[in-house]
Each structure stands twice: as C-alpha cells, then as structure tokens.
Design a protein around this ligand. Structure first.
Ligand SMILES: *Cc1c(COP(=O)(O)O)cnc(C)c1O
Length: 473
C-alpha cells in the first residue's frame, strides 16, 4: 500500500513523504546492491532516484511507497553499471571497430599482460642494475620487422605524427597533397596536427590529382619535409592520382628534405596474399626510402593502442630528445602487449590462426557460410518468434584501413515477429554481454566474420532473452 499522507501529517505535499535514505538503505534489495557494488555507488543511486521523484512528483499526486522507490534505485544502479566497460559481441562485421576498442588482442599479448600483477623490468638494465631503455625489446622487434634502423613507440599514431613534425619540422614547411589532407574519426585532422606541431602546411595539387612536379615546385629553402598520408578511410576513385612514395624519394636528390610516410594502419604483412587489395606496408615504405614512417599499433598490427615511428637512426634520436616524447610515452601495459603481438609476426605461418585481426580479415567467405548456417540452425532450434536466414553480406576492416574495400561475408539476418529490428537490436545491446549488430532491410544482421569463439552461445542466449515470446493465436 502506498503511504498516503493524512490530514494529521499536517503536510499534503507528497514530496515530503518520500522514504528516507536510511529507510532505503535498510531494504534487503539495497543491501544487496551495497554488497555487490559498494556503498558509495548504492548511495549515488538512492540520491539520484529520490532527486528524480522530487522533480516529477506533483504537489497533489500520491507519493510512491518504499517498494516502488527501492525498485527505482535497483534499476538505476543497474543502468549505471551498464556503461561499465566489459566484453561485447561484435556482430557488426567491422573488424577494427573504434567504438568496440579496435583490435582484439591476440591471446599471447593478453597472457603477457597478466605479468602486470608483478613488477616488470620496464626500464632497468639487468646487467648493471642502472636505469635502462624503455620499450627496448619492442623497438628491436619493430626494426627487425620493418627493416628500419631505429624505432620508437608513443601513445597513438596521431601523437606520433605530431611528435615527428614538432621535433623535425618546427618553423619549416611541410608539403602535403590536397588529396591527403584527411580527417579521421574522433576529430583528428591532419592540417590541425601540422599547425599544432609548429610546422607550416604547404598544400599542393588538387583534391583528386597531385603530380610529382607539384611537389617539386613547392620546394623552397624552408622546406622541412614532404609528408605522404595514407588516405586510410576514404578513396578518391575515377580521375585521380597520387604520387608513389618511391617517386617522392627522388626529390631528395634535388634538395635535402625529409620524406615522411604516415601509413595509418601500418600493415606489416602483404594482404594481397589473402585476396585483399594492396595496402602499403611499413617494410615497403622503408625499402622505398622513406626517412620515417608512422602508424598505429591497434590497426593492422592488431595490438594495443600505440603510435609507432620507424626510420633513420639519426632522426629517431633527435625525436627522442624532444620534450613531447616524454608526454606521449606508453606504459608497461602497452609495451607488454605490443611486444608480444609483434613477436607473432616472426612466425608468419601461424599468424592466421593466432592473430584475431588477420584471421578475421583472411577467413574465406565459404568458411563463413558454414559458420552462418551453424548459427542459424542454433537460433532455429530455440523456437523463438524470429525468422533467421543466411545471406551474403559485406564486412569492412574499419579503423581507417582498406576503405571502400568490402570483404565478402555471410550474415544471419534475424527478423523478429513481435518487434522492430531497431527494438531487437536495442535490446541485444542491453543484454548482460551486449551483442552489437547492424540493421539491414529491417532485419538484425549478424555478421559472423567478426565473431569470436563462444559468441554463438551468447547470441542465442541474448536472442532468447530479447526476442519475446511467440504470441499464441
Ligand atoms: C588512424 C590514422 C591516424 C590516427 O591514428 P591513431 O592511432 O588513431 O591516433 C593518423 N593518420 C592516419 C593516416 C590514420 O589512418
């Protein structure tokens, strides 16, 4: 029974008859919240719920009873906790999904992270006991894998680009093709990066075409570098042309300028071997004569977020001395995960089995067709009010790599009987282990390319909880 104020209470405003914080704290359900989530979080939920009641109750309405307020508190804490970072099922078919944390780390990298519950020799020389070199092994591996003289690791590729330009081109002109003045998600814009570094941006060519002579004409006494940028997340197709890196390098004979290659996704292996279009690799850039190149750790390398710089020793040493280096340095978690991801590239024959990003990219569509059929049969067996069908679809690498290059895949399209696809997709995102899917033709499309082992069972359980019951006629 709701507690209704009586005349004797002397106050008719229901807002004055809400349960007190201490009443609520005594409730069994709230005590359970305290035990599970801590007292401060339970108190936040209580204060939040009471605050909402005070705002929404009118002076003439009936106050809610203790049970109703308790239920609101429980629900509000559950909802707050929902935003907590935790595993989700990526059924989007976007392999490097920025919203889902980009690359899925290889198990070897995750195993290495477990050492973080102890001290590690991050920056100590074990021979002398003196201060040692940070990221030493990771940098050695990067040199070995790219053929570069030197390497360094910073927080992300945006930081790597900024650092290179700040350390080597401050006050100098940096020439960039107009077709490469990119914006990447999360408001990274190359022109801003150049300005921020203190370098002077010199744009050459047109949006669709830039020639070697455009660069050549732009060279001045104050030119610091030619910056090539991989237009990672879009393509200009049709009447278009960009100058190959090897041609840009020939300009070094005319004038002493640096050629810097911002590769973006930084593939270390040739993806053409897996039927994918050519994507510039870091070893190619170094071999073609780039002085420096930079790329992300969590795109094609499939490791943790990081920015990697490789190139000439003399230049890397100069960069290391710049104050921004300290501000952009990575911690032990990044170093551990990156080192152990890179090690896998020393045994390329096992890469496709053990490296989730490359496995997802390379799995042939025919294998995915079988996987999709398996998932469909499991959904069918549940007898849920949905129709599941297997269809061809398109995955993408995402994360600013191989744009406009759809990878043929298979999806299980789920059409719910009693709700819209939008509603079902929304409920799937609210599941304990959220399932993130795309919507296509008013169906929830589950792309099997980006699923991890065990995800089928989670999807089936989520559908069981979310699709509702079959309505009896
Ligand atoms: C992705 C990308 C960046 C930004 O890299 P982050 O590691 O996300 O900072 C910069 N330049 C290019 C060409 C990219 O593709």
């Amino acid at each position: 029974m709701p507690h209704r104020p009586t005349q004797q209470d002397g106050a008719s405003d229901p807002r004055r008859h809400l349960p007190s914080v201490s009443d609520l704290l005594e409730q069994e359900a709230v005590q359970a919240l305290v035990a599970e989530h801590s007292r401060p979080l339970a108190l936040d939920a209580i204060h939040g719920a009471l605050e909402r009641y005070r705002k929404t109750l009118t002076s003439t309405g009936a106050p809610p009873d203790l049970e109703a307020v308790t239920a609101t508190v429980v629900e509000s804490l559950r909802r707050n906790e929902h935003d907590r970072i935790r595993p989700v099922v990526n059924a989007t078919g976007v392999i490097l999904h920025t919203g889902l944390g980009r690359a899925v780390l290889p198990q070897r990298a995750v195993d290495a992270l477990a050492w973080a519950n102890r001290c590690v020799n991050l920056q100590i020389d074990l021979d002398t006991g003196e201060r040692g070199k940070r990221n030493y092994m990771t940098e050695q591996l990067l040199c070995k894998l790219t053929g570069a003289e030197a390497a360094m690791v910073v927080n992300n590729n945006a930081g790597a680009t900024l650092l290179i330009l700040a350390a080597l081109c401050e006050g100098k002109e940096v020439i960039v093709s107009r077709g490469q003045l990119i914006e990447i998600g999360g408001s990274y814009r190359l022109p801003d990066c150049v300005h921020q570094s203190g370098a002077i941006l010199v744009e050459v060519g047109t949006t669709n075409k830039t020639h070697l002579r455009d660069y050549e004409r732009a060279l001045t006494e104050n030119t610091g570098a030619i910056l090539r940028v991989n237009p990672s997340n879009y393509r200009v197709i049709g009447f278009s042309q960009q100058v190959p890196l090897a041609d840009l390098v020939t300009l070094k004979e005319k004038q002493d300028v640096l050629v810097i290659d911002d590769l973006g996704c930084g593939a270390l292996v040739n993806l053409e071997e897996h039927g994918l279009p050519h994507e510039p690799t870091a070893p190619d850039s170094i071999a073609a004569g780039a002085d420096l190149c930079c790329f992300s750790g969590d795109k094609m390398i499939g490791g943790p977020q990081a920015g990697i710089i490789v190139g000439r020793e003399e230049l890397v040493s100069k960069i290391r001395r710049h104050p921004l280096t300290r501000m952009l340095r990575v911690g032990k978690l990044t170093d551990l995960a990156l080192e152990h991801t890179l090690r896998m590239f020393l045994a390329p024959e096992r890469l496709l089995e053990e490296h989730p990003t490359l496995r997802m990219i390379a799995t042939p569509a025919k294998d995915l067709k079988r996987a999709a059929q398996r998932l469909k049969r499991r959904i069918d067996r549940e007898g849920l009010p949905v129709d599941a069908t297997v269809a061809e679809g398109e995955s993408t690498t995402g994360g600013g790599s191989l744009p406009a290059v759809p990878i043929p895949t298979y999806v299980v399209n789920v059409a719910p009987h009693n709700l819209s696809a939008q509603e079902l997709a929304g409920r799937l995102r609210q599941h304990d282990t959220p399932v993130i899917a795309r919507i296509r033709d008013d169906q929830v499309a589950l792309d099997v390319r980006t699923l991890m082992p065990g995800d089928d069972s989670i999807i089936v359980a989520a559908l069981r909880a979310c699709a509702g019951r079959e309505e009896r006629a």
